[in-house]
Design a protein around this ligand. Structure first.
Ligand code: AOF
Ligand code: ZN
Length: 353
């Protein structure tokens, strides 16, 4: 029992290492690795960026000779293929490690169990499944790209106790408190892209940037605008920006402004195009038409909602697209709740990873 707890604690550290790469590794996964001799951590590493060395390589470098006979905790199965970098399984064997604890298998068809097989064939003791669901959730973007060829979609909004996202007299007064807004900024830093509809772009004039996160980077802005009628010079646009419009719609002004234009007849089609641009995760920040359309099409994978202890009595709902019967409501699973100052954060999944 104790061994399981210790393994969990080290894997938890490996997940924290991996988190340092979130938002920076696409189309690769965020991966973390911790190497342990007895109870001492002798090496740590994370994958910083596609094209750069994998997590295991950094951890092995730090451990040096102390990797011999050690136990390795890694959040994704070590790779067995020659990609942009050589196989991690070979590097672990060469370093003489005794045991490897893996959180999740790699769904990449070039690996898919062969990393584990290679290690076992070399006499290394391999365990799979430590903190598996946490790791899979952390790698949701990568797994979604590999398995479904579309990004992982996270719907985010903040609403009052009576379910309003804006007051009738004012479009964009803050609903949630500062801790909630700070958390949401971390998500912008961690997800590849941030999407809004053309209505939100026009009404809120959002910057769609990451603010107040040390070392943070901005997500790619995406605007869903079926008529391509929105301002091609809106402040949200920056390099990497994507306009999603309908087939046969001209978007010359956007193209001239350097915006990548995706033409899609359906939302699933749009997501396939976004995946093709290397976008593995999308934070949907509204408005109600866009959120409603994604939800109705069952394309929201994860929900993150702040509930503020305020009452408006009237105002804008977070989504249009009503469901008439309780039995037809979409149910979240793996629900979490957290108090952030006065606000409650509710998260949950609508699709499996
Ligand atoms: C690992 N450790 O830290 C990561 C892995 O092009 P490459 O060489 O970077 O290979 C990318 C693939 O390697 C990626 O699709 C995934 O299957 C795996 N990522 N594997 O052992 C890591 N980032
Ligand atoms: Zn590797």
């Amino acid at each position: 029992m104790e061994a399981v707890t210790a393994a969990g604690a080290f894997m938890r550290q490996a997940l924290l290492e991996a988190a340092r790469g979130l938002g920076r590794t696409s189309p690769n996964p965020p991966v973390g690795c911790v190497i342990v001799q007895g109870t001492e951590v002798v090496g740590r590493g994370f994958h910083p960026k596609a094209g750069e060395p994998h997590a295991e390589v950094f951890a092995l470098r730090e451990a040096g000779e102390r990797a011999r006979g050690a136990t390795v905790y890694v959040t994704l199965e070590p790779c067995s293929h020659h990609g942009r970098t050589p196989p991690c399984a070979d590097a672990l064997i060469a370093a003489g490690v005794s045991r490897v604890v893996v959180a999740t298998l790699d769904p990449n068809p070039q690996v898919a169990g062969r990393g584990v097989e290679t290690l076992r064939a070399a006499g290394i003791d391999v365990t799979v499944g430590a903190l598996e669901s946490d790791a899979a959730r952390q790698q949701a973007g990568f797994r979604s790209l590999v398995v479904r060829h579309r990004p992982w979609v996270v719907a985010k909004y903040a609403m009052t106790l009576d379910g309003k996202v804006a007051a009738v007299g004012e479009g964009n007064g803050a609903v949630s408190g500062s801790l909630a807004r700070e958390r949401a900024m971390h998500w912008r830093d961690e997800l590849d892209a941030l999407a809004v509809g053309s209505g939100t772009l026009a009404l809120d004039r959002p910057a769609l940037t990451t603010r107040g996160v040390p070392g943070g980077r901005d997500p790619r802005p995406i605007v869903f605008d079926r008529h391509a009628a929105s301002d091609p010079h809106a402040r949200a646009w920056r390099p990497g920006g994507v306009l999603v419009t309908a087939p046969d719609v001209r978007a010359d002004a956007h193209e001239a402004a350097g915006v990548t234009v995706v033409r899609a007849g359906t939302l699933p089609d749009a997501l396939t195009h976004l995946a093709g641009l290397g976008i593995s995760s999308v934070l949907l920040e509204g408005g109600p038409t866009l959120l409603g359309a994604f939800l109705a099409a069952e394309l929201v994978d994860e929900v993150r909602v702040f509930i503020a202890p305020k009452v408006l009595g009237a105002g804008l709902s977070p989504l249009v697209e009503p469901v008439r019967f309780m039995r037809h409501a979409q149910h979240l699973h793996d629900v979490t709740t957290e108090l952030l100052g006065p606000d409650v954060l509710v998260t949950g999944l609508l699709n499996d990873i």
